[in-house]
Design a binder for this molecule. Structure first.
Ligand code: NAP
Length: 280
């Protein structure tokens, strides 16, 4: 596979972040300090790492990162109160509640508490609905990243058959909606789909969002298909059998260095968008 066919997420992310630095400077000159609040409940090490990475990424472009760390035994009411306080705090422009929360918490209720104008991670049902209807301000960050990578590489979805494997509220469903809005014909597969391979074999665009290492086999990929692998599994392995898929694909995202870095860049982008809206 030639170098040009690798969708370089790091490069896409760096271009986004370079532009953000200028926008953040302008905001600060206008007296607005763009700010993202992250909420972590409990001590799950992976979640701690994700929150730390997001906080560090904020700081590198000049966004203020306010970290709220609540104990493992936090109740739904306490979490809802913490989110309500952030909704009412004018110095906070975006709110990210790290998923998953401990089992005693009603996660859906907590997500729904986030004010729509601060829902930079696209987790509320209102945000999802608006995205599906085609006027969403902040789609979930991984779907937004997938669309951004396609845009940067001038890969058009229109008229193509896109097969999305996964239907989670933050990934499979919204990315299916975004591809449909771009006039792709979309098939969304999930754990009850029969004969998954036959669907993937027909795809011009494959979006892998399963959460199982190398689950999508290289031999299923149609010659010339575009492969976007959102999967991130232990050992830095994606959901697609990379080497084998790369032999067939016209474009493919590596793992790591594909969808992941752009996801974080989209979160920062949405936060700066939200801060800019307070100027109007
Ligand atoms: P999730 O909530 O666990 O959803 C997984 C989806 O895969 C579900 O819709 C499930 O179907 C489907 N699935 C499971 N087994 C299947 C099978 N045998 N055949 C077909 N479909 C199957 O996961 P997620 O949060 O969407 O994440 C998916 C992957 O993306 C993970 O590797 C995660 O680490 C990664 N991710 C990456 C980023 C990033 O920034 N790059 C961000 C978020 C997530 P059912 O609905 O029927 O159960």
């Amino acid at each position: 596979m030639n170098e040009k066919a690798i969708l370089d997420g790091k490069a896409v992310a760096n271009r986004i972040k370079d532009k953000l630095k200028t926008r953040v400077e302008i905001l600060k000159e206008s007296g607005v300090m763009p700010s993202l609040a992250t909420i972590l409940v409990g001590d799950d090490p992976s979640s701690e790492t994700y929150v730390r990475m997001k906080g560090n990424a904020c700081e590198r472009v000049g966004i203020i990162s306010t970290k709220i760390h609540l104990p493992e035994d936090t109740t739904t009411e306490q979490l809802v109160q913490a989110i309500t306080d952030l909704n009412e705090d004018d110095s906070i422009h975006g709110i990210l509640l790290q998923h998953p929360v401990p089992p005693q918490i009603d996660e859906r209720l907590a997500f729904e508490t986030i004010a729509i104008e601060k829902d930079v991670d696209g987790v509320t049902s209102a945000g999802y609905g608006q995205t599906a209807l085609g006027f969403g301000t902040y789609p979930s960050c991984t779907p937004a990243a997938i669309m951004k990578i396609m845009e940067d590489y001038n890969i058009k979805a229109e008229g193509k058959h896109a097969v999305v494997i996964g239907r989670s509220p933050i990934l499979g469903k919204p990315v299916s909606a975004l591809l449909l809005n771009e006039n792709a014909t979309v098939t969304t597969c999930h754990s009850r789909t029969t004969n998954l391979a036959s669907h993937v074999r027909q795809a011009d665009i494959v979006v892998a969002a399963v959460g199982r290492p190398e689950f999508i086999k290289g031999e299923w990929i149609k010659e010339g298909a575009v492969v976007l692998d959102a999967g991130y599994n232990k050992g830095n392995v994606g959901d697609v059998e990379y080497e084998e898929a790369a032999e067939k694909a016209s474009y493919i995202t590596p793992v790591p260095g594909g969808v992941g870095p752009v996801t974080i860049a989209m979160l920062l982008n949405h936060t700066v968008d939200a801060a800019e809206k307070t100027l109007n």
